[in-house]
Design a protein around this ligand. Sequence first.
Ligand SMILES: C[S@@+](CC[C@H](N)C(=O)[O-])C[C@H]1O[C@@H](n2cnc3c(N)ncnc32)[C@H](O)[C@@H]1O
Length: 297
Amino acid sequence: MSQSRFRPDVRPASRADLAGAYTKDIAHSLARMVLKRRHRTSDVVDSEYNSGTWSKILKDRAWLLAPTLEQFLVGDNADARLAKVDGRIVQLSYRDYYRYRIGALSELIARHVDAADSLLEIGTGFGYNLFALSLDPRWRRLRGLDISANGIEAGRQIASHFRLSDRVTFGRIDLTDPADPGFAELAGATVLTYFCLEQIPHLVEKVIENILRAGPARVVNIEPSIHMLSLTKPRDFASRVYIESMDYQTRLFKFLDELNDKGEIRVVARERMEFAPTLHNDGFLCVWEPANIVVAR
Ligand SMILES: C[S@@+](CC[C@H](N)C(=O)[O-])C[C@H]1O[C@@H](n2cnc3c(N)ncnc32)[C@H](O)[C@@H]1O
């Protein structure tokens, strides 16, 4: 990073804070499971993202009011929240969390991509992660692909507004369609998914096969997992019921282990994420490479 990493002023969450927050969180998830159990089809994903969050982002154009890209990413919400920072659940303001996250994400990705200076995020939304990474001059080219037309359009407008259109670019892909022309961009690329495969729970193996067939140099998956959770810990239990209630994917990491055992991929790193915006959104990282890399990075 060009600037020194932001260290937020945090207050450790008390046992009482945590007990109350976990109880509420778990109760919400259980109620969702009972009252409106979701089946995460592409229509549900479209209504939550393309016609939902990304449509609102595009309509609001909040970047026009932000003096800098960093301020757009960080926002101005000073309310306190519980979040995971450096592996601990703490109290801090929303804006401090998002300022901290810029450095935390940059360091995490840098640790896992060797000397790559370009990155392709699939399921990028409007490119929040790519814009955060663009604050680090090490990245020459940041490319985001998504199925959502509104996400792509917002990303393009943000890049243009902050004069980043030469470094941060966007295009379309449907990861479930093996014939999608967007897969050509994965050949030889360092590829990131960040809470994207979670949205495609019923086709996760097919999507990984599509990615593998496209010949990436390296893939960094940052996604939820259930089989790395320990259900005796309240945080893991909260994540587990949340994932089930939202019908997010649960099979990715097991499938990657199977491909590794069969010699089709080589898993080169795994870790649990040290940061998360909520109690239940714990992510895990798995970095892998196709066993037979044919295209130079
Ligand atoms: C939870 S959002 C994450 C966005 C981004 N990675 C981030 O961290 O801000 C999931 C994204 O996956 C995209 N997505 C879902 N299904 C997809 C598919 N079949 N092909 C490509 N993108 C898809 C959605 O449109 C959405 O933008």
